[in-house]
Ligand binder design. Structure first.
Ligand SMILES: Nc1ncnc2c1ncn2[C@@H]1O[C@H](COP(=O)(O)OP(=O)(O)OP(=O)(O)O)[C@@H](O)[C@H]1O
Ligand SMILES: [Mg+2]
Length: 249
């Protein structure tokens, strides 16, 4: 009898075949990389394709970028987020300006005072129940404003987040940020231990062809590719390529 977990397809061309068909259901994966490596596009593509191809409702928690800008940027790839928002297949929770104390004009936002992980979780759980969410993306962990000095507190907060998300049954993506020179895979160096999978995006900004790459650092319960794969961002979003695959720019 097979005990392999059910898979949730990322919807990112070229990725699912490298991870036995998709992310293990109910688990969380960290997407990590330096600035401009495509982490936010990756997260939104996962939700957009989930809604479009699989009819799976998703929640995008944006703590860095304002939702209105994300909606605009994603139109570039032909992804009309509003369409799925109107059909209850996508919810954007705005935490971008609650952090600086300005009320949001969004339908779902965090309270202006005293931003913390518990309030964020409550809001995710509330929306999640309402739409029966299958996918959640948190963009990003460093933007939650955790106390950098206190590793124990950070570990506890991220553990709680990952545990509570798993309990609701959603398959989640947590986005974190690293320097290219860092030898950890998350900003705090603890995220990578708490999550079930880690995918790292790289960008060598030298103007060379195919200078974006991706590798799967870990994926629990999964036989995954160990290669450094070329990654392309085009007007269709992100595509992952095989190592020796020739492709046109
Ligand atoms: N239409 C496009 N075609 C090709 N590349 C694009 C296109 N749109 C965006 N990009 C690339 O994607 C990058 C932005 O990706 P994204 O916002 O997902 O990065 P990020 O890793 O989330 O960055 P940050 O850490 O600043 O949030 C841009 O800097 C650009 O290099
Ligand atoms: Mg981003």
């Amino acid at each position: 009898m097979s005990v392999a977990p059910r898979r949730i397809k990322s919807g990112i061309p070229g990725l699912d075949e490298l991870i036995e068909g998709g992310f293990p259901e109910g688990r969380s994966t960290l997407i990590s990389g330096a600035t401009g490596t495509g982490k936010s596009i990756f997260g939104v593509q996962y939700l957009y394709m989930g809604a479009k191809q699989f009819n799976e409702p998703g929640i995008y928690v944006t703590l860095d970028e304002r939702p209105e800008l994300t909606r605009q940027d994603m139109l570039r790839f032909g992804w009309d987020l509003r369409e799925f928002e109107e059909r209850n297949l996508l919810y954007i929770i705005d935490g971008s300006i609650a952090k600086i104390g300005i009320p949001s004009e969004e339908q779902f936002s965090l309270p202006v005072t005293g931003f913390d992980v518990d309030k964020l979780l409550l809001e995710i759980l509330r929306v999640s129940k309402r739409i029966n969410a299958k996918r959640v993306v948190i963009d990003s962990i460093p933007a939650m404003g955790l106390n950098f000095e206190n590793e124990n507190e950070i570990r506890k907060a991220i553990l709680k987040l990952s545990f509570m998300l798993a309990r609701t049954g959603v398959t989640s993506i947590l986005i974190s940020e690293i320097n290219e020179t860092s030898n950890t895979f998350g900003k705090y160096g603890v995220e990578e231990y708490v999550v079930d999978g880690v995918i790292v995006l790289h960008y060598m900004g030298s103007g060379m062809q195919s200078n974006r790459t991706m590798h799967i650092r870990k994926m629990r319960a999964t036989h995954h590719s160990e290669d450094l794969h070329p990654l392309k961002i085009s007007d269709n979003g992100i595509e992952i390529h095989k190592v020796d695959e020739a492709y046109d720019e």
